[in-house]
Design a protein around this ligand. Structure first.
Ligand code: BGC
Length: 420
């Protein structure tokens, strides 16, 4: 796809990156998730990234990115409550050192869905002790890892809450509203306290969460219940977190129930805001479904549905970036990507979303970075190995990596839109 010649709106220091998560690339024998999904018993090392990471990091150079978001697998660092694994720490330090030698800015995620198994057994997020355990791990990381400025404490805390405590599809697999609220308090308290710890060790650190934002629409516009659901979902997903960072209070209001207020020590505990954006979701009132909600993806714009059935809706990115800008902080798109075998569809998706960012920059939004999800095909939490988000295709039999035309296109896009 040829780029028109024109003046780029992207600032010189814009971070062009890709994002990954440790478990999705490398698994971990001590993680709660490794026994959660039977698919993993056949392929516990997933892409074998833990062993061949040096080769994979070379792909970043090939792409020409200047930033890389990756996560640390907590269960490798602290396989037992009283054991720190120095080799694992050295492993992640080597990733950072390699990135620095390539002039690539690391952005480190401390928690990307998985936990050490002991954590889940002894003190999952609905237990108060979870906070102290997470903070010990955080302190260990920030006091030992060198040369990291950008930190994400939690990836998508709402996914942990919805998936782990309301829907039960991810660990700890509960369907328990009261416990979900305690977990919310503990996770965000952990963020607030981790923010202070990180700044104590690294005064110029930039700290955030990566929050998944989505656009919602009523299934049938004429249906007042569908419209009400849209309003509640939009408030809950897109606004309640932003408000809580501004005020220190979460107002949680599930559809058809009373609002609950939860105080959390996170007021102003953000240096930037990480936004993960993928899709739009249509909502339908259905009294036979959990909480009366049915979710659907409809191909309204005609861009097609992805491999995992998600709608492609680039305009939604502008909407969520405008919501996020209410925080008056720099925004990073910490994830955006598409699951498809069709590399051309991937190219179009990426171009459409980057065009939206460019328009937002022209409108004055303070967007500082874009991280494509993801570098190589990986394990997708609920869909296994065939989602295909990667710029590089992985053959899961031989574990060989192959560039797709989307990798070539991203390299070209970075060059053509950068002012450098
Ligand atoms: C998560 C990733 C996941 C991606 C696609 C994001 O919500 O952070 O781990 O693979 O979405 O589902």
């Amino acid at each position: 796809m040829q780029e028109p010649t024109r003046k780029s709106a992207f600032p010189e220091d814009f971070q062009w990156g890709v994002a990954t998560s440790a478990f999705q690339l490398e698994g971990s024998p001590n993680a709660d998730w490794s026994t959660w999904d039977p698919v993993l018993s056949d392929i516990p090392e997933i892409t074998n990234h833990y062993a061949v990471f040096r080769e994979d990091l070379k792909l970043l150079k090939e792409l020409g990115v200047n930033a890389y978001r990756f996560s640390i697998e907590w269960s490798r660092i602290q396989p037992r409550p009283d054991t720190w694994d120095d080799e694992a720490i050295a492993h992640y330090q080597e990733i950072i050192d390699i990135l620095r030698s390539y002039n690539i800015e690391p952005m480190v995620t401390l928690h990307h869905f998985t936990h050490p198994r002991w954590f889940l057994e002894q003190c999952p997020w609905h237990r108060t002790a979870s906070v102290e355990k997470f903070l010990r791990y955080t302190e260990k990381m920030v006091s030992t890892l060198r040369n990291v400025r950008y930190w994400i404490t939690f990836n998508e805390p709402y996914v942990i809450l919805i998936g782990g405590y309301l829907d039960g599809c991810i660990p700890p697999g509960l369907r328990d509203v009261p416990r979900s609220l305690v977990a919310l308090k503990n996770i965000f308290t952990s963020h607030g306290k981790a923010y202070d710890i990180i700044h104590r060790y690294i005064p110029d650190a930039q700290v955030s969460i990566a929050h998944n934002m989505s656009v919602f629409a009523p299934w049938k516009k004429w249906n007042p219940f569908d419209r009400l659901l849209k309003k509640s979902a939009n408030y809950f997903y897109n606004h309640s977190v932003i408000n809580a960072f501004r005020t220190g209070v979460f107002i949680v209001k599930f559809p058809f129930s009373r609002a609950v207020q939860i105080e959390v020590p996170i007021k102003d505990k953000l240096d930037f805001f990480g936004v993960n954006y993928y899709t739009r979701i249509h909502l339908r009132f259905n009294p036979f479904k959990k909480m009366g909600v049915e979710l659907r993806h409809l191909d309204i714009d005609g861009h097609g549905l992805t491999n995992i059935g998600w709608e492609v809706h680039p305009r939604g990115l502008a909407k969520v970036l405008r919501y996020a800008s209410r925080l008056n902080l720099p925004i990073f798109i910490t994830e955006n990507g598409i699951a498809t075998h069709d590399a051309e569809m991937k190219v179009t998706y990426m171009k459409q979303h980057v065009d939206v960012i460019e328009r937002c920059l022209k409108d004055g939004l303070d967007v500082r970075g874009y991280f494509y999800w993801t570098l190589i095909d990986n394990y997708e939490w609920l869909q296994g190995l065939d989602a295909r988000f990667g710029l590089y295709r992985v053959d899961f039999k031989t574990l060989k990596r192959y560039p797709t035309s989307a990798a070539t296109y991203y390299a070209y896009l970075i060059k053509s839109r950068s002012k450098i």
